[in-house]
Structures are given as C-alpha cells and as structure tokens.
Design a protein around this ligand. Structure first.
Ligand code: ADP
Ligand code: DP6
Ligand code: CO
Length: 356
C-alpha cells in the first residue's frame, strides 16, 4: 500500500523592530546588505507569525504556501533559495542515516498566518520567513543552530535573519562574497534588560505602496545620502548602540534609535522618485515623543518607524505611566489607531511535532 503518512511541524516567530536599519543590498541575489543592522525581538505573545509545514507522499507537486488563507507564490528566487537550502540539509541527514524517511523529496504544504498587518511596515517578512525556516527545519529535524538557520532566513527576507534569535540581535553585513558571514548575532538576551518595553501604534494596516525590497533597490541606485549613511553613519551608530545596550544606557539607546529612524527616512525622501513611508499621524507620534521627553526633562521614550507609517515606541517600565499618559489620549482621539503594549521576548526552542 502507498505510504500516505503526513509529517508536520508548527512554530511561531516574533517580529523584530530595527533600531539600526537595514536598507540597501550589496548583493540582491544572495540578499546581502550594504550595512549591518541591529534590532529588538518583540514578544511572541504579541506580533507573531504562526506557520505549519507539512510534507507527504500523498501531496502533489509543486510546494504550496497559504498566507493568511490566500495562496502565495513560493516560486520566487528567494523562497526557492530557502527551500533548496533546507532540503539540502535534510538530504544530508538522510544520506547519513538511510533509515530516515526521505522527506527531502516530498512536496511541502505551508500554511502561515500573521496576527498583525502584513506588508505594512511591521516586519511581516521578518516574522514570516523566520517562521517558514524554523517550521521546515523542525519538520526535517535539522540540528543547525538559530545562527546557522539565520543564513537561510536571510535569503528569504534580510530582516528575517534577526527574528530567529530573541532579545537584542545584530545582523553583521559580512565581507565574504558567498555571504556565509552575513548572519544574525546575539548582542544580549532579553533578560539582560528586563525593563525594556515597546508600544506599537498601528497607524495604518494598509499594504505599503513600495515594498521594502523595491524601495531599497531604488535608494541604492539614486540616493546620494545613501553612501555616506552606509559607509560612515551606520558603522559608528552600530558601535554606539551595542555599547548602549550592553550598559543599559537608555538615553543613548533612545537618541541613536530616533536619529537612525530619521536618517533612514531621509534617505527614502532622497530617493528618486521619493519614497514616503511616514504620514501625518506618524509625524504626530514623533512630536508626542519629543513632548514627553521635554516634559520629563530626560529622554524616557524613543520612536522608530520601519518602511511604513506605524510607530514603535521604546521605553522602560518605570516610565510607563508617563509614556502612556501622552499616548492614550492621542490614541483615543485618532480614529483607527490601534495599540499594542508588548514586552521583549526570546523565541526559545520550538517544539517539533511529527504526525505519522
Ligand atoms: P513588511 O514591512 O511587513 O516586512 P515587506 O515589504 O518587507 O513588508 O514584506 C512583505 C512580504 O513578506 C509579503 O508581501 C509576503 O510576500 C512576505 N510575507 C509576509 N508574511 C509572510 C509569512 N507569514 N510567510 C511568508 N511570507 C510572508
Ligand atoms: C526598514 O528585510 O523587509 O524594516 O530583505 O528585501 O525582504 P528584504 O527587506 P526587509 O527590509 C527591512 C527594512 C527595514 C529595516 C530593518 O528591518 O532593518
Ligand atoms: Co520586511
């Protein structure tokens, strides 16, 4: 009788929000960045992707992906690169142990859901590709470390490499042409700075007009600010930021985060044609943070925006009342503003589940 077993693994991956932004590829085929970046991984209990990967001799080719219940192509070069790398690792295990089922040859069924707006500048590609890689790695019982898997997730979406690790995570640009040194690195675990908090202001859940991939390519081609940012500004800020995190210096963390967000959006504006990710509500959030800090007489909150209008506000637990006091009235006034209060999290090991 034909083997009709279904093998399955499910996992979740959190989003990460960069405080030093990745924007620009030095090698679009391998998805290698021009500059290093650094992010904070948010709580899995908040913004996250849930992905189930299944394979079976009962399934027909080709591989398929359902994203939020809608079919999504897996035949893009970047998705194909992820699937190829994961299958090659599984195939290595199968060669070494012929008693293992030959999962590497079976068609894959992937079902993924984001519990937050997709393609709206809240890092859906980061959580999405991290969950895709983690789910298949679990299905295939791969023994690679999160850092090794980050090399694969990076090929799906650059920012995804950082979502495989929890806490404060750097993505080193690397110098090798094959990209093997362009991967995620733990700067500090979540527990290092337990008082850190992030407030997510959902200004708009709409899909952005210019995807991150397309936007950064145009920036590389046309912006004159871009080279200085990548070569001079970001390397200095990476060092400052790592030091601020290691010494839990919120003032420096906040100042570098805000200047970095503004530098990235200035580069977008300097792109031809210009890219506008921020809107009036985003700018109102910037003003509200400035006012909160002025009122407190010190820097207690920091805003940052990815490639979209939605704000992420970092602050420390002790200042929660002061920060929320500023934002809650604005949130209530502005129709359509959602709000998420989230802690910083560690994805931890996923639990593989094989159904036979
Ligand atoms: P974002 O700011 O949300 O990361 P991007 O433009 O970088 O926006 O990427 C959005 C794209 O990422 C989506 O159009 C989709 O192709 C991919 N993506 C988002 N979520 C998932 C997921 N859960 N699984 C696979 N791919 C995803
Ligand atoms: C502004 O990782 O989404 O969020 O590699 O083309 O998929 P691709 O781009 P993506 O870019 C993220 C850009 C950013 C900054 C960041 O997350 O570092
Ligand atoms: Co993205």
């Amino acid at each position: 009788m034909a083997d009709l077993k279904i093998y399955r693994a499910s996992t979740t991956a959190p989003v990460n929000i960069a405080v030093i932004k990745y924007w620009g590829k030095r090698d679009p085929a391998l998805n290698l960045p021009t500059n290093s970046s650094l992010s904070v991984t948010l709580s899995q209990s908040d913004l996250r992707t849930h992905t189930t990967a299944s394979c079976s001799p009962a399934f027909d080719h080709p591989d398929t992906l359902l994203l939020n219940n809608a079919p999504q192509s897996l035949s893009t070069p970047r998705s194909l690169a992820c699937l190829r790398s994961l299958r090659a690792l599984r195939s290595g295990l199968e060669d070494a142990d012929p008693s293992l089922p030959k999962l590497s040859t079976l068609p894959l069924r992937l079902a993924s859901a984001n519990n937050f707006p997709t393609a709206a500048g809240l890092a859906s590609s980061a959580a999405g590709f991290a969950a895709l890689v983690r789910a298949i790695a679990d299905l295939y019982a791969l023994r690679q470390s999160p850092t090794e898997l980050s090399l694969i997730a990076r090929q799906g979406s650059g920012s995804a490499c950082r979502s495989l690790l929890g806490g404060y995570v750097a993505w080193d640009h690397g110098t090798r042409a094959d990209g093997l040194d362009s991967r995620a690195r733990l700067v500090a675990p979540k527990a290092h700075w337990p008082d850190m908090r992030a407030l997510i202001l959902v200004v708009s859940a709409a899909k952005k007009g210019v995807s991150s991939t397309a936007g950064m390519q145009t920036t590389v081609q046309t912006s004159s600010l871009f080279q200085t940012r990548a070569k001079e500004v970001v390397p200095k800020r990476m060092a400052e930021m790592e030091h601020a995190i290691l010494s839990k210096d919120f003032e420096t963390f906040a100042k570098v985060t805000m200047r970095e967000s503004n530098s990235f959006h200035a580069t977008c504006l300097d792109t031809d044609p210009p890219i506008f990710y921020l809107n009036d509500v985003s700018r109102a959030a910037i003003k509200a943070v400035e006012e909160t800090n002025d009122k407190a007489g010190r820097t207690i909150a920091a805003y940052t925006f990815d490639a979209g209008p939605n704000a992420v506000i970092y602050y420390q637990k002790a200042d929660e009342d002061a920060v929320l006091k500023t934002f809650l009235p604005i949130l209530r006034q502005k129709e359509g503003w959602g709000e998420t209060d989230t802690k910083i999290d560690d994805p931890g090991p996923a639990s593989p589940q094989v159904v036979e």
